[in-house]
Ligand binder design. Structure first.
Ligand SMILES: Cc1ncc(COP(=O)(O)O)c(C=O)c1O
Length: 509
């Protein structure tokens, strides 16, 4: 048994009350740094991290089989040489997601759709929205992407001038919104120690924003069913609060937070409310009636900003999202302007300077191509597949579905190690997401899973995986030990170190 495994087992045996105390302490004391001061343990940990990384580290065969470039080739390679290499790599990487073995990741993926987007990309591959004098079409596309997204998210139900920007993805949309609230709160309320109140289930991009922009994160816990208590949010609001956060739905469990209650709180306290609809923007408007979902968008006056990812269920290729604000006044806090630079007067609406106009064009094309009916059809199919999966999964013993899934099915187990089940699913070819706090795993249902036979295969593989863990509970396949570790706080610092090393490895040639 490895050191990390035995650490984990010992941790699981500690009395829960003591564990809570240690967890509380662990938040104050960087335990991993203390352990690292002991040379023997330091060496052991290095060995363990090395072993785990080797285990995680890529099984893709082309890593060994394809020529590596540590320096530029002296003479450039001809397209006839490069293209076959790329074609073989792409072919190798495509099948798994195409066949629906992957949670989220590729949200559309039909061959004719990809071909269409690629054609649009090629028409605009040399363009850059920074130069609106050269390519005014890109401003038209961006303005229309924002307008269409705003319309989908309740703009027509309010007299306010809902506005926004096109960004590079959900994280950028969220980071921009948080920077905006920080600067807005500083200028309009004089807040210099900004605080953000958010459910623990809000996307990690909010934590990233807090780290980058020096905002204090106040997390609100969830109950057994993945719900936050509005009273907890209310208690967490102080005179330093700049904004509240709600997800529609959140990434881990696919649950929509009580947006209407939070909107009321935000209005009463005159703070912002950001609704993260990165995942839900192009699904919820079409299934809200069938799912009995209460309002979650700009139709609620307290909602002051929303993020909506066109590169997820908007079916654009990767690299676009929309950040929306209730008013242009708020949006202005997002903009960057520089008037004293020798390079001239400079301004950019988002973090990037130069950007790809091709990404913008294909996003616009994906939206007008899908249209209201296209999005509605896809959303309804995804929702129906999810409900079918849910019914089947509810018949599998040991598994428990968190909340009422709309298109994300999060599973936990009180009796079996869910990460071992996840490990067996991985061995059967599935690429699902491991979650912790509570330990769980999820499948984000996309159009890939609405294909004939995919849902049945998922249920059958899941049933078999549960049986395998039932028979051999001690076996921990795949990444099960690592997920297990991350769920115990004393080791989380070590897992953090592991993740940094993992990123280092990604840059090894
Ligand atoms: C709810 C939610 N918000 C934000 C994000 C971040 O989006 P991105 O990965 O495009 O930065 C995600 C990504 O999965 C998400 O699910």
């Amino acid at each position: 048994m490895s050191l990390l495994d035995s650490l984990q087992m010992k941790w699981e045996r500690v009395d829960p009350r003591l564990r809570n105390t240690i967890e509380a302490l662990g938040k104050k004391i960087p335990l991993n740094r203390m352990i690292r001061k002991v040379p023997f343990l330091e060496k052991k940990i290095e060995d363990e991290i090395g072993k785990i990384l080797k285990h995680i580290h890529f099984s893709a065969p082309y890593l060994d089989g394809v020529r590596k470039f540590r320096e530029l080739p002296r003479s450039g390679l001809a397209p006839e040489t490069i293209l076959p290499i790329l074609e073989s790599i792409s072919e190798h990487e495509t099948k798994k997601w195409q066949d629906g073995f992957v949670s989220g990741a590729v949200y559309h993926g039909d061959a004719d759709h990809i071909q269409f987007l690629n054609k649009v990309y090629s028409l605009f591959s040399q363009t850059n929205p920074l130069h609106s004098d050269l390519w005014p079409s890109l401003n038209k596309f961006e303005a229309e992407i924002v307008a269409m997204t705003a319309d989908l998210l309740g703009a027509s139900h309010t007299g306010d001038d809902i506005c926004g920007c096109v960004t590079s993805g959900g994280s950028e949309s969220i980071l921009l919104a948080m920077k905006t609230y920080r600067d807005w709160a500083k200028e309009t309320k004089g807040i210099s120690q900004p605080e953000l109140v958010l459910p623990v289930t809000a996307h990690a991009a909010f934590e990233k924003a807090c780290q980058y922009f020096k905002i204090k994160k106040i997390s609100v816990p969830i109950d057994q069913n993945g719900m936050i208590s509005v009273a907890d949010v209310e208690k967490a609001i102080t005179t330093n609060t700049i904004a509240l956060v709600a997800s529609a739905p959140n990434f881990p469990h696919g649950i929509v937070d009580p947006v209407a209650d939070l909107a009321r709180l935000a209005q009463e306290n005159q703070v912002g409310l950001h609704v993260d609809a990165c995942l839900g923007a192009f699904i919820l408007p079409f299934v809200k009636d069938a799912a009995g979902l209460p309002p979650f968008d700009f139709s609620l006056t307290g909602v002051t900003s929303m993020s909506a990812d066109t590169h997820k269920f908007g079916y654009a290729s990767k690299g676009s999202s929309v950040i929306l604000y209730r008013s242009p006044i708020l949006r202005r806090f997002q903009y960057f302007v520089c008037t004293d630079w020798p390079g001239g007067l400079y301004t950019s609406p988002t973090f990037a300077g130069s950007r790809s106009g091709a990404v913008v064009a294909q996003c616009w094309a994906a939206m007008v191509n899908a249209g209201w009916e296209g999005y509605e059809r896809a959303a309804k199919e995804i929702y129906a597949t999810t409900q079918r999966l849910r019914e089947e999964i509810e018949r599998i013993p040991h598994l428990h579905i968190i909340g009422n899934p709309l298109f994300i099915i999060a599973l936990k187990s009180d009796t079996l190690n869910i990460f071992s089940i996840l490990g067996h699913m991985a061995e059967k070819g599935w690429s699902l997401n491991g979650l912790h706090r509570p330990n769980a795993m999820h499948l984000c249902v996309t159009r890939r899973h609405t294909q004939e036979g995919v849902a049945d295969r998922f249920v059958e593989d899941l049933r078999q995986s549960v049986q395998m863990v039932e028979r051999e509970p001690g076996k921990k396949p795949g990444l099960a030990p690592i997920y297990g570790l991350a769920s115990s706080l004393p080791a989380r610092g070590l897992v953090g170190e592991l993740l940094r090393r993992y990123l280092d490895r990604l840059y090894q040639v």
